[in-house]
Write a protein that binds this ligand. Sequence first.
Ligand SMILES: Cc1cc2nc3c(=O)[nH]c(=O)nc-3n(C[C@H](O)[C@H](O)[C@H](O)COP(=O)(O)OP(=O)(O)OC[C@H]3O[C@@H](n4cnc5c(N)ncnc54)[C@H](O)[C@@H]3O)c2cc1C
Length: 536
Amino acid sequence: MGEFDYIIVGAGSAGCVLAERLSADRSKRVLLLEAGGSDRRFRIRMPIGYGRTFHDPAVNWRYTTEPDPGLGGRAAYWPRGKVVGGSSSINAMVYCRGLPGDYDDWRDAGNPGWGWTDVEPVFRSFERRIRRDGSQHGDGPLWVSDREPEYHPIKRHFYAAARELGLPVVDDLDGSAPEGGIGAYAVNTRKGLRCSAADAFLRPALARSNLVLAIHARVERVAIRGCRAVGVDYVQGGRRRQATARGEVVLCAGAVNTPQLLQLSGIGPGDLLQRLGIPVVHANAAVGGGLQDHLGISYFYRATEPTLNQVLGTWPGRLAAGLRYLLTRSGPLSLGVNQLGGLVRTSPGASRPNTQLYFNPVSYSIEHAGKRPLLKPDPYPGFIIGFNTCRPTSVGRIDIASPEPERPPRITPNYLSTDRDIEDVIASARLIGRIQETEAMRALVADRPVFDPARASDEEILADFRARSGSVFHACGTCRMAPESAGGVVDGELRVHGIRALRVVDASVFPNITSANTHAPTLMVAHKAARLIAAG
Ligand SMILES: Cc1cc2nc3c(=O)[nH]c(=O)nc-3n(C[C@H](O)[C@H](O)[C@H](O)COP(=O)(O)OP(=O)(O)OC[C@H]3O[C@@H](n4cnc5c(N)ncnc54)[C@H](O)[C@@H]3O)c2cc1C
């Protein structure tokens, strides 16, 4: 493939940003390598299509974790995008920056320049906020659309319940100094279509002759000479190829595949690499450690009035919604199902909001093997209230299981392994019980739910959570940004400790998980990284 200034591995959320930013300097040749294929698919472009890409091997790595004691021995399903746009092409499009304290924690973990006041302007630089009145704020390429007026009318009950409990109701969950609250989730949609990282950042840059995108190109390892990254080995169309980097190699393969690539390249836990016969280039046990994720659960309710079940779950409803979408790019197929929610405190004394809520006007309590449940709503009106705790403290690992690059790594999440995480789960379920018992919600709830968080004991709540909770797909932290002596894999400029000309730029570098969804912070990391790389 030849010689480039920068080689970027992975055209996901972060890789799309970097490819655009680094190729803006026309004197630099940039190669972007993506294991998956094109994202020009209807089920990616149409927002509700994420119900279909959830299990689709054509665009999804479809990982499964090791059986996890925290989940009562169950293994968790971990979809990850394997397509141009990466996970931003298959995600639920919720856009949430998180809380200021998340980034102050990043800074305090030994990373100057990553506190809230440092990163807030970076977020603003790439966002274009479309407010509910249609006004536009910011002129960045990423559309962040407030679709609240189009959300399902049952939302009024949830807002009223929040007010009844004294929870703050806010217009913008990402206000300039977000403090949490209940509100409508903004989504990455543009005129009724998904606005992925590929749409916002990569696609316009592909016209540049100094940017080369290679798809179906799976990188197997970083080529390292001495202690310097000099290129990558990859497979494309069944052929082994090499590309050389004059400047830097940047790994953007995501929180699962980036630590896998580092370990395959000899950077990782020394004993593991030796056992697998991989020459150790730089021993660092933190590579693959630091894994964090949000674990979520849904409580299912029968409703007293029609919900999205009557649209998505019936042929006439689907036909009408389909026609509306095709003709006007509006309606439920142009939205996600995570419509309201927010970050709240489970008790007024909590120093920061500690749980993230979801209120979805659809229910799917009946399981269908291998199918995303949202495609099979319950045959009666129903809705969901769910949560994931904001900042779980349980930490897991991702390690290669074999020196063969095509073998999936072993994912050990170690969910619910701290007392604090268990306390947060119980407190969050109790809060949902209180929401359910408000006068406002009692008007909407037709029957007591199958599992009733308002009546269950702490033990029952925990047992139910272990039996039913699942990943909300926010894996991060497997190549933490921190000094090496403090368990870091990359430094505050995202350079891999011990190796020159090699950086990691994706959700793996989060020093700690943010309080909300992880796409926005990943894009912020990539924008900041582009500036650091360009500065040399
Ligand atoms: C189903 C789902 C729903 C989600 N919903 C939301 C949501 O609503 N809101 C939100 O904020 N976050 C959501 N997330 C999480 C969010 O999308 C991710 O945190 C974010 O996209 C991670 O970006 P990344 O750049 O780290 O990795 P990715 O976007 O996953 O990109 C990694 C890229 O690298 C490629 N790659 C991997 N290995 C190789 C290799 N060896 N060679 C070449 N290429 C390689 C992959 O194919 C992929 O394209 C969701 C995620 C999923 C999976």
